[in-house]
Structure formats: C-alpha cells, structure tokens
Ligand binder design. Structure first.
Ligand SMILES: C=C(O[C@H]1C=C[C@H](C(=O)CCC(=O)O)[C@@H](C(=O)O)[C@@H]1O)C(=O)O
Length: 272
C-alpha cells in the first residue's frame, strides 16, 4: 500500500493485517520492505508492518535533501503511524533502520512497547567523528552519482562488514544484490547525506531516558557492533543483549529462523 505523508509517497507492506499486536520493521541502507519477507513468514502471530524509508524501495526519492534528515524521517513515520492508527507497538530496526527506530523511540517513547535494534548504533559521540563520517558518506554519495548504482553496489557488497554474507547461498547473495540494485541513485545518495551515521545527532546521551524494554541483537562476528551493543546496554534501563553465534551484521539474512525466534522470545518480555 502507499500513503502520502509530508509530500512523500511511502510504500508499506503489511503481513497478517487482521491481527492486533503489531511489529513495525525498518530496513537498512540499500534495503526495502523485501528485507523482511522471510522473517515476516515466521511472525504469523503478529501484524507485521514494513516501511520503505525515504529514498529507498518504492518510496519517493525526492531531490530535496530536506526530505532525508532524521528529524524529517521521524515526522514522516509518525504521520504514517497516525494514519494507520498504530499506537504502542513493537518497533524493530536493522542497521540504518535501527538508528531510525532508536531516534523514533527517543522522540515518541509512549508509542513504543518494545524496541528491537539489530546491528544498530546511537550515532557518533563527537562532532569531530561526525564531521569525518559526513565527509566519508559524501564521498560514497558522489561515487553513486558519478559511477552509477551498479558500481556502488559492487563496492558496497564487498565491504568487510558483509564478509560473512559470502557464506550464504548464491541465491541469497543474488537476492540481496538485486534489492540493492533496485534502489535509485538519488535516493541512496541523499539518504547518506541526510541521515547517514555522521549526519544524525548523537543519541548516546538519550539512551538512559528509555523506559521500554530494549532488545539489542548483534552477530558474534560483527565485532564493531557487538562492542556498540555492550556499551548501549550499560546505558539503557531495561535492555537485553543477544549475540548470535557465527553470524555477522545482517542476522535476519544469515539466519532468519533464529532471528525470528529471538524477536518472538524478546517481545514476550513485559514492560515494567
Ligand atoms: C560501514 C559502516 O556503516 C554502514 C553499515 C551499515 C549500515 C546499514 O544500514 C547497512 C545495511 C546493509 O547494507 O545491509 C549503514 C547505516 O547505518 O546507514 C552504515 O552506513 C560502518 O562501519 O559503520
């Protein structure tokens, strides 16, 4: 289905629409609602709502960079949730989608009954780190615009963070590649500029505010994000940290059944 919010037409996919308890799922950079196809099949007791974030999937890729800031993305999401009459729901985000989910939970805490963050960070702590990352992400954006999407995907799918995905079946690897190749160049470039890791504000000082249960999920082989999750857990009031053995950054791709089990077990945890 498509909804128009704040001038952006947003693509949404819903599984088990007749059910009440809702899990909203947000994909990562270069992803889309299709990211969740396999996991959603294992969440048959829940209404699963997947959203193409701005510049991704079948959601608009506006030329105006203002549509891509984290604050604007949160307002787009909040309007979507209001139109869908979603309140006090489970929110799950992967990587970039995890940064968005965390930002949404800090901005609208009463709307979230449980927050699940897969391989996500609260951003970068210092202004210097953010400036360096903005410059790096601008370089990536320029590569997308100068060399085209295929050249970028060739580069992106081979960064060390995704090395574990080389163990996946060729079909699985091809499906991830096709999802990335289905994106728009302007959408990815502006997403990096608008809500890249260096563009967003740091949320590290906001973690202690969150009262809802938080489940952090990382892959054992993704050392960088395991360390981030450990640091986040120490600052959160009500958090569990699940590390998946022999998995990398994208656990939901590498082991969708185990990922779905972790999600189902986590959301049984009642709010305090
Ligand atoms: C490479 C780093 O950061 C990027 C890696 C993961 C994030 C993501 O959403 C990737 C999703 C995917 O391709 O499977 C992405 C983001 O958060 O926007 C980061 O730019 C790194 O070392 O931090």
């Amino acid at each position: 289905m498509k909804l128009k919010v704040r001038g952006v037409t947003v693509n949404i996919r819903i599984w088990n629409e007749h059910l009440e308890q809702t899990i909203v799922m947000l994909h990562g950079f270069t992803g889309s609602v299709s990211t969740w196809n396999t996991v959603a099949q294992s969440l048959s007791d829940y209404r699963v709502v997947a959203i193409d974030l701005v510049g991704h999937g079948q959601t608009d890729s506006p030329k105006d960079i203002a549509a891509y800031t984290m604050d604007e993305q949160l307002l787009q999401l909040n309007e979507i949730f209001q139109q869908l009459k979603l309140h006090h729901f489970i929110l799950l985000g992967y990587s970039m989608g995890g940064r968005v989910a965390l930002a949404y939970a800090t901005a609208f805490p009463r709307e979230i009954s449980h927050l699940l963050l897969e391989s996500a960070s609260p951003g970068l702590k210092s202004a210097q780190e953010r400036a360096i990352r903005r410059s790096s992400d601008e370089g990536l954006a320029a590569i997308i615009e100068a060399n085209g999407l295929e050249a970028f995907v060739d580069k992106w799918e081979n960064i060390p963070l995704f090395a574990t995905q080389k163990k996946l079946s060729l079909n699985a690897q091809q499906a991830i590649r096709e999802e990335r190749l289905s994106q728009s160049e302007i959408g990815l470039a502006n997403s990096l500029r608008g809500m890249g890791t260096g563009a967003q504000s740091s949320l590290w000082s906001r973690l202690e505010e969150l009262k809802m249960p938080v489940t952090l999920i990382t892959g054992e082989l993704d050392e960088k994000f395991c360390k981030i999750a450990e640091e986040m857990q120490a600052l959160l009031q009500n958090a569990q940290n699940v590390t998946v053995k022999q998995a990398g950054h994208a656990i939901h791709v590498e082991n969708p059944e185990q990922f779905a089990t972790i999600v189902k077990d986590a959301i049984k945890i009642k709010e305090s």
